[in-house]
Design a protein around this ligand. Structure first.
Ligand code: C2E
Ligand code: CA
Ligand code: CA
Length: 375
């Protein structure tokens, strides 16, 4: 791999994917050969390979993705992308402590395209930054609308690794917040462990710059990756979200219960809020409450809803909403991470070693079960 180019302060890694179609096996005219070569190129890109020879077998799926990629750019101007909002409920007062924005693409031909499908396409086609900018604007405008209706609802937006590593992203956020006159403390950005770990130094620069403005950070899908947990002690992270795959069966599968409990304990030790996602029933909610989880999110409280449905959900007032912000303590001021810490020295910074050891092995459930004996 060639080293990345630095353009305008941004590291650009240039790669190539080659698609091959051979005449007459894969077509006898130029247009079908080019189309099949293009499909093969997309297969190579998706599979992380340098080249791919066209094979009719995967063409349907790839052709569908190629067509979606072409349609995605017009999706915003044609009002096909909608923001859906899922409530987060705080423990203690059982009040709404925020919402997460989950985007939906209502394709005119294919119907509802899930974000798990179109977000990776947006990432691959360079559309993720403009999409995220637009989502942030819409989300902050919605926050203001709720505020003037007497509801104080901080809004969380999911941020892809590509956007997190864009050195201009903090300026983009600052511009939106200033233009819409929204306090940065009302915005939560959900990022994943893998996004941080793919370029720790750049992630630290972005997170630090935005935290200095008042924006809050949440680590999404926590516990699903094999990563060093040391960054949590070094980055100004406000909350971690326990992945729903652990929450779904925590009442019946001991390993999952141990993982959830350990993450909650770690949150307490490090002084970060712990949000459990995927709460689908009352029993799980009570169990998480007993563990000392800060906040819950899941179908039990409400599915992701269009703004119309969310407003109706608010009106029902089953879960109250504050009119004013909660008093928020200043985020911890961890030692700033300017460059990745040396391997081997990382975990020493964390105070409770058995928790750290267990977390380091969360990806391996058998190990988690073995370690559970020590809790
Ligand atoms: P995520 O950020 O982990 O979001 C949580 C996912 O779990 C959402 O799926 C949500 O609908 C679902 N969920 C929440 N509570 C429950 C529950 O109780 N039970 C079950 N079965 N599912 C629950 P969704 O909306 O399909 O989003 C999937 C993923 O797509 C998100 O995972 C996020 O990574 C990504 N995504 C969605 N919207 C955006 C976006 O605007 N930008 C970016 N970059 N990614 C997005
Ligand atoms: Ca999320
Ligand atoms: Ca998640």
């Amino acid at each position: 791999m060639l080293p990345p180019y630095t353009v305008d302060g941004q590291n650009l890694a240039v790669g190539s994917s080659i698609g091959i179609a051979v005449a007459p096996t894969h077509g006898t005219d130029s247009s079908s050969l080019l189309r099949h070569a293009d499909l093969a190129r997309l297969s190579a890109k998706q599979g992380g390979r340098k080249y791919f020879v066209y094979s009719g077998e995967e063409s349907d799926k790839t052709a569908h993705r190629l067509a979606l990629a072409g349609d995605l750019r017009s999706a915003i101007p044609e009002n096909q992308i909608a923001l859906h909002y899922q409530p987060k409920i705080g423990m203690g007062d059982d009040a709404v402590c925020g919402v997460e924005v989950l985007s939906r693409w209502n394709h005119p031909e294919h119907g509802m395209v899930p974000p798990d499908t179109f977000i990776p396409i947006a990432e691959q086609t360079g559309f993720i930054d403009p999409l995220t900018r637009w989502l942030l604007e819409e989300a902050m405008a919605q926050h203001k609308t709720w505020r003037s209706a007497g509801y104080h609802i901080p809004v969380a937006v999911n941020i892809s690794a590509i956007t997190l590593h864009n050195s201009h992203f903090p300026e983009v956020v600052a511009e939106i917040l200033t233009r819409l006159d929204v306090s940065a403390t009302e915005l939560v950005l959900e990022i994943t462990e893998s996004a941080i770990m793919s370029d720790v130094a750049q992630a630290a620069r972005t997170v630090n710059a935005l935290t200095d403005m008042g924006v809050q950070f949440s680590i999404d899908d926590f516990g699903t990756g094999y990563t060093s947990f040391s960054y949590i002690g070094k980055l100004p992270i406000r909350e971690i979200k326990v992945d729903k795959s652990f929450v779904f069966n925590m009442l019946t599968v001991n390993e999952d219960a141990v993982i959830v409990r350990t993450i909650v304990e770690m949150g307490k030790i490090l002084g970060v809020n712990v949000v459990a996602e995927g709460v689908e029933d009352e029993e799980t909610w009570h169990a998480l409450n007993a563990l000392g989880c800060t906040c819950c999110q899941g179908y039990f409280f409400g599915k992701p809803m269009s703004v119309v449905d969310f407003d109706a959900w608010l009106e029902k007032a089953e879960w109250p909403v504050r009119a004013e912000p909660r008093i928020i303590s200043t985020p911890r001021s961890p030692a700033r991470l300017r460059s990745p810490a040396k391997p081997g020295r990382r975990l020493k910074r964390l105070p409770t070693t058995f928790v750290v050891k267990l977390l380091g092995r969360i990806g391996d459930r058998r190990e988690a079960r073995r370690c559970a004996v020590r809790l």
